[in-house]
Design a protein around this ligand. Sequence first.
Ligand code: HEC
Ligand code: HEC
Ligand code: HEC
Ligand code: HEC
Ligand code: HEC
Ligand code: HEC
Length: 419
Amino acid sequence: MNRGIAFVFIFIAVASILMFTSTDVITLFANQHAFISISGTGNQISCTGCHHHIADELNHSAIHDDLNCEACHRFTGTGITFASGDGTGSTPGNESHAAYTPRCLDCHGGRGVWVVNKTGSSVHAPPAPAFNETGYGSNVSAHKPLVKQALDYNLSVGENEACLACHTNYSIKFGFRRPGYFNFTWNKGSGDSGSFTLSNIGYGPTNSTTVSKSESGAKHEFKAINQIKCEDCHSDIWHAANHSESNGHGSTRASHVCWKWYKSGSGGGGGHGGDDPMHNVTCVYSEYGISNCPNDCYDNITEYCMLSCHKPRINPSATIPPVFLETAHAAYRLSCYHCHNNTAYSNAFWSIPRGQYDTPEFEHSGGHDTIDDEALSEPLFLQAETCISCKRSGDRWGDGTYKAYTEPNNTMLYEGSPI
Ligand code: HEC
Ligand code: HEC
Ligand code: HEC
Ligand code: HEC
Ligand code: HEC
Ligand code: HEC
C-alpha cells in the first residue's frame, strides 16, 4: 500500500448528506381496506397499489426494471423468513413481516446472487468490484471511505447511501474539507540529476467546499453505469482542472492536473515542450468540440477523469504499476508519481486521444529520487501539487517556494507571485 494514502483521510471527509427523497405513499388509502386472498404461491399483495410512484421510478430505470418489488424486498438470500400465506395455514415472518429493506450488498456482495426476474428467468446480480471484498477492498479504491462512512448515516440501511448516491437519481449534498492551501520549498541540486529536496511543508486552515448532486431524488430510478458522472459530485475538481488559458510561463493555470509544460530551451517543440492529449481538458469533446483535439477525443468529462488518470486502460503486456493490480470500484486513488515515477512503466497506458498505448514521460531514474521520497510521504494532494508547481512555473522549473490553493481554487504562487 502506498505510504501517502492513509493521510488523505485527514484532509477529505464527507461532512454531510442533507437532501434525500421522500417516499410516495400518496394512494395509501386506495387499497387499505381491501381483503386479498394470499393462499396462492408467492405474494398476492400488490405492492404497487400503495407504492405506485416507486413502480413508476423503477419503470424509468436503466437497471433492475426487469425485477419486481418482491425480488428485492422479499429476497430470501439473507436467511430472513417472510410472512407467507402459501397453501393452507400461514408462516409468520421472522425479523420482518411482509417486506424488508435490502442492502445493495445483500445481492452484490460476495460472488453475487441469482434472482428470478419478472419473466421467470434467473438473472445474476454481479458482485460490486472491491466493495464485495472483506473490508470493502483496498485503500486505493477511491470511494471506500464513502462506503464506510455510509454505515454511520441513518438515512438508509448499511452502506446504501453510498451506492444510491452514484447509481440512482438520489439527491445528495457533500461537504469536502481540505487545507485551504499548501506551501512548500523545492531545492534542486546541480542540474537535472541533482539531489532535489522538499522542505518547509505547511498546510493552511481547513476549507470547506459544498457540492450538491441535485437530481429527481428518486431512489428507485437506477442509472445505466455510463450515466454516472464524476463531475456531479466533483464539480470543484473539474473547475480546478479546466483552465486551459495560458499562465504566461508556457503552461496553463490549471491545477489538480496539468498537461502542458514548456521546459526552458525546448520552446513549443521537442523535449518536454508538449501539449500532450493524455491529460488535456481541451480534448474533452462535450466541452470543447472536436477542433481542439489532436486525434480522437474523450467523449465527456467522466471519460476524461477515468481514462486520463483514475481508471486508465492498461496494456496487459506492460509492467503494470502496483497500484493498478488492486481492485477498485469506479476510480483509483493515486497521484502523478504512481505513473510518472518509474521507467519500467513503459507503454502502459491507453490514451484515447492518441489511440495507442503511451509511455508516461519524464520518469526520473535517479535525478528526482530524493524529492520523490519526501513527496511520497506526504498526502496525495501535496504529491500532485509538487509536480504541478514545477510544470506550471515553466522554464524556472523547480527551485523555490510555492503556495498552492486547493480545489476549487486555481491560484498558485511562486515566491509570493501568481503563476
Ligand atoms: C396497504 C398499502 C401498502 C401495501 C399493499 C404495501 N405497502 Fe409498503 N408501506 C405502506 C406504508 C403506509 C408504509 C410506511 C411508509 C412510510 O413510513 O413512509 C410502507 C412502508 C414500506 C417500506 C419501508 C419500510 C421501512 O422500514 O421504512 C417498504 C420497504 C415497503 N413498504 C415495501 C412494500 C412491499 C415490497 C410491498 C408488497 C409486498 C408493500 N410494501 C405493500 C403501505 C403499503
Ligand atoms: C433492485 C432492488 C429493488 C427493487 C426491485 C425494489 N426496491 Fe424498494 N428499495 C430497495 C432498496 C435497496 C431500498 C432501500 C433504500 C435505502 O436504503 O434508503 C428500498 C426502499 C424501498 C422503500 C422504502 C422507502 C424509501 O424510499 O427508502 C419502499 C416503500 C420500497 N422500496 C418499495 C418498493 C416497491 C413498491 C417496489 C416495486 C415497485 C420496489 N421497492 C422495488 C431496493 C429495491
Ligand atoms: C435482490 C437482489 C438485488 C438487490 C437488493 C439489488 N440488486 Fe442490483 N442487480 C440485481 C440483479 C439480479 C441484477 C442483474 C440485472 C438484472 O437482471 O436486473 C442487478 C444489476 C445491477 C447493476 C448493473 C450491473 C451491470 O453490470 O449492468 C447495478 C449497477 C446494480 N444492480 C446496483 C444495485 C444497487 C446500487 C443496489 C442497491 C440500491 C442494488 N443493485 C440492489 C439484484 C439486486
Ligand atoms: C455520488 C457522488 C460521487 C460521484 C458520482 C463520484 N465521486 Fe468520487 N468521491 C465522492 C466522495 C464523497 C469522496 C470522498 C470520500 C472520502 O474520502 O471521504 C470521493 C472521493 C474520490 C477520490 C479520492 C480523493 C482522495 O484524495 O481521497 C477520487 C480519486 C474520486 N472520488 C474520483 C472520482 C471519479 C473519477 C469519479 C467518476 C468515475 C467519481 N469520483 C465519482 C463522491 C463521488
Ligand atoms: C463513486 C460512485 C459509485 C459508488 C459510491 C458506487 N458505485 Fe457501483 N459503480 C460505479 C461505476 C462508475 C461503475 C462502473 C465502473 C466500474 O465497474 O468500476 C460501477 C459498477 C457497479 C456494478 C457493476 C459491476 C459489474 O461487474 O458489472 C455494481 C453491481 C455496482 N457498481 C454496485 C455498487 C454497490 C452495491 C455500491 C455500494 C456498496 C456501489 N456500487 C457504489 C460507481 C459507483
Ligand atoms: C494513469 C497514469 C498517469 C497518471 C496518474 C498521471 N499521468 Fe501524466 N501522463 C501519463 C501518460 C500515459 C502520458 C502521455 C505521455 C506521452 O504521450 O508520451 C502523460 C503525460 C503527461 C504530461 C505531458 C508530458 C509531455 O511531455 O508532453 C504531463 C505534463 C503530465 N502527464 C503530468 C502529470 C501530472 C502533473 C500528473 C498528476 C497530477 C499526472 N501526469 C498523472 C500517465 C499518467
